[in-house]
Design a protein around this ligand. Structure first.
Ligand code: IPE
Ligand code: MG
Length: 217
């Protein structure tokens, strides 16, 4: 979800107004994904590198996350979504952690779309943590399946498509293990401008791709 700051700057607004608008876009996008039958969507909300930002902006972001959990995420759970988080939540403000844990618990048996939110998430951190976890159990040689089973998305499918907004064409430490065969799509749209039409566009782009997974077909 990139481009909140630039969206605000264009309007001479403070960066946090961009994040607020980003939340509004997120609501539209989740709704559109659910309407169109997407089974799982992951949103990169805060990276392990975002701690480098001014404290004021970090505080504003987690306040929005907390509000989002208490209002929107609760609605998604009521609509049978399973809400999950990936990343080291232990460094988030305590009240934010409480709100997130509550939501995760309440929707854990839901069977509809999975809404996964990455917070204090880094792809390298995820892999290193998984390897350390495996080493602790005394195993000295790992295989791909073992690693897949020890990352946040254990048991869940790899992403079919990864979309980055705002014109940046980088992965920035996102789902490094899971993205091996994901389609990549880079859009110029700033995140707060994303809506249902953007989801239609993503699905139509995806449907044009020919996924071969190394095969010749
Ligand atoms: C993405 O928007 C939101 C977060 C990382 C929380 P940015 O804040 O990165 O927006 P730009 O890149 O400055 O436009
Ligand atoms: Mg950015």
């Amino acid at each position: 979800m990139d481009g909140n700051g630039r969206w605000a700057k264009k309007r001479l607004l403070p960066r946090k107004a961009g994040h607020k608008a980003g939340v509004e876009a997120l609501k539209k996008v989740v709704m559109a994904c659910q309407d169109k039958g997407v089974q799982m969507c992951t949103f990169y909300a805060f990276s392990t590198e975002n701690w480098k930002r001014p404290q004021e902006e970090i505080d504003a972001i987690f306040k929005l996350v907390e509000q989002f959990a208490e209002t929107e995420l609760k609605k998604y759970v009521d609509r049978n979504c399973r809400v999950m988080f990936m990343g080291d939540l232990s460094l988030l403000p305590k009240s934010t952690q409480d709100a997130l844990n509550k939501i995760r618990e309440s929707g854990k048996n839901n069977t509809g779309m999975i809404v996964n939110i990455a917070l204090n998430y880094g792809g390298r951190q995820e892999i290193v943590n998984a390897v350390n976890y495996i080493l602790q159990s005394g195993i000295s040689k790992i295989d791909e399946q073992m690693l897949s089973d020890c990352i946040y998305t254990s048991g869940l499918p790899d992403p079919d498509i990864i979309v980055r907004t705002s014109g940046e064409e980088r992965i920035s430490n996102f789902m490094l293990w899971q993205l091996a065969y994901s389609e990549l799509l880079f859009m110029d749209t700033l995140w707060p401008d994303m809506d249902e039409k953007s989801i239609d566009y993503i699905i139509s782009e995806y449907s044009k791709r020919n996924r071969r997974f190394g095969d010749l077909r």
